[in-house]
Design a protein around this ligand. Structure first.
Ligand SMILES: Cc1cc2nc3c(=O)[nH]c(=O)nc-3n(C[C@H](O)[C@H](O)[C@H](O)COP(=O)(O)OP(=O)(O)OC[C@H]3O[C@@H](n4cnc5c(N)ncnc54)[C@H](O)[C@@H]3O)c2cc1C
Length: 422
């Protein structure tokens, strides 16, 4: 397929955030680059990131940034020391895209969409002469004696190359093209794959209460997850009830601690503290004051000062307090039940949702088998990894794309400057 000496060619498998960045940097370093993308457009997942706005990175310090990453954040220390948040902001600025900082240090492009980020990367690849082949799923990486020889596409075409960057992403949102192919390709070459599981994903809970409340968003609450009675994680912020369970920002974050739990053999609960700013004593004073001051008001009316209206019938039903009971008739025992419930509205977690709904994948190619300075495989010479295929996953907030861009940059540079024996 190519008439160039294979040693000068870098084949990149996957045209997502990591693959496109790797292509640009390798081409800027003078390499001849072929990008193979299985879909008919590159960057399909990138184009829907950040609700279509693309949260590129985060302004956290390097030390803080690493606390948002699992399971081996230190693997990224060297990489981030060479290409980090300021570098990606400068990179896009040089390509004409300014950025703005929003809540929680999240960086977004200013006035342009995620689609425009994709278009900008594609234009830069075209300017640099990267050969982009679309509708080209790679089926196999050919390797002899631990040296890369080329790739075979699903249609049988062989492309010769001694350097490959594997950037096929994870398994989440498979409709975007990320269907986990890279795990198989890497495993065939001897790499260990930590079992991929959905991450940043909604959760299923038992019972009819959550579906009854579907569509209700709760803000400024604290959610705590218990495994067999032991706290394993907590988060403060916003969540949402759905027809199957719970979703929203803090639930997605908590899901990262849930995705390797055996729900059949463990009792896993989530407790919602609806009044995290009030300790039990202060909350009790507040209830007593309200019930005394507005003694004639019915229970369902007085609760409007404490709860969103769709939650009131659910609360009264769960606590078996009559909706029309005047506040002055609410007993001390009922007030105690209400106080405890407001601080501990509990659900049993029965599982997490699947890859279709997961923002990212946890698991992937073991970092123990990748050189943290070059991103080259320690097992196969000429094979490099970039992006979500590597066993690294992070919270929401721009951390995952920074991982993809930084590893793409370093893999592109390392592949371009490396000499391989043919
Ligand atoms: C809805 C949603 C919103 C998100 N928002 C954000 C956000 O705002 N900020 C953030 O930091 N992260 C966000 N993420 C996560 C982020 O999108 C990913 O971490 C990032 O895209 C990973 O980049 P990647 O290049 O490694 O993989 P991908 O972007 O998944 O790209 C992999 C590419 O490889 C191609 N491919 C797969 N197999 C083959 C094959 N066999 N042959 C050829 N090509 C192949 C795929 O088609 C795909 O184009 C979001 C994810 C989702 C699903």
């Amino acid at each position: 397929m190519t008439d160039q000496p294979a040693n000068n060619i870098i084949v990149i498998i996957g045209g997502g955030a990591a693959g496109m960045m790797a292509a640009i940097i390798a081409a800027r370093k003078g390499a001849q680059v072929i990008l193979l993308e299985k879909m008919n457009k590159p960057g399909r997942k990138l184009s829907i990131t950040g609700k279509g706005r693309c949260n590129i990175t985060n302004t956290d310090s390097l030390r803080e940034f690493l606390t948002h990453i699992d399971p081996d954040p230190n693997f990224l220390f060297n990489i981030f020391s060479r290409f980090f948040s300021k570098d990606i902001i400068d990179f896009f600025q040089q390509l004409g895209i300014n950025t703005i900082e929003e809540r929680g240090g999240r960086i977004f492009p200013e006035n342009v969409s995620a689609m425009e980020i994709v278009n900008t990367l594609v234009k830069e690849m075209q300017r640099l002469g990267v050969k982009i082949i679309l509708g080209a799923p790679v089926k196999q990486i050919i390797c002899t004696n631990r040296n890369i020889k080329g790739v075979r596409l699903e249609n049988g075409t062989f492309i010769q190359s001694h350097k490959i960057i594997l950037a096929t992403g994870g398994s989440s949102y498979p409709a975007t093209g990320s269907t986990g192919d890279g795990y198989k390709l890497a495993a065939e070459l001897g790499h260990h794959i930590r079992t991929p599981v959905p991450a940043l994903v909604p959760i299923d809970v038992a019972g009819r209460v959550a579906p009854t409340l579907r569509g209700l968003t709760l803000k400024n609450i604290k959610a705590t997850v218990y495994n067999n009675g032991k706290i394993i994680a907590d988060e403060f912020g916003e969540m949402l009830f759905t027809h199957f369970g719970l979703s929203g920002p803090i639930i997605l974050s908590l899901s990262r601690k849930l995705n390797r739990i055996d729900f059949k053999n463990n009792k896993v609960d989530i407790s919602l503290d609806l009044k995290p700013a009030l300790d039990e004593k202060t909350l009790d004073h507040r209830l007593l004051r309200d019930f005394t001051q507005h003694g004639k008001m019915q229970a369902k009316t007085i609760l409007k000062g404490l709860l969103p209206s769709s939650l009131i019938p659910v609360c009264l039903d769960l606590l078996q307090i009559e909706a029309k009971k005047p506040a002055h008739q609410i007993t001390a025992e009922e007030r105690k039940k209400l106080r405890l419930w407001l601080k501990d509205f509990r659900f049993q977690i029965t599982g997490i949702r699947g890859f279709k709904e997961a923002i990212i994948t946890s698991g992937g190619v073991s970092t123990l088998e990748i050189n943290p300075k070059t991103l080259e495989s320690k097992l196969v010479s000429g094979l490099f990894f970039a992006g979500e295929i590597i066993d690294l996953d992070a919270d929401t907030g721009g951390y995952n794309l920074q991982i993809a861009f930084s590893t793409g940059w370093i893999a592109g540079e390392s592949a371009a400057i490396q000499n391989v024996d043919e």
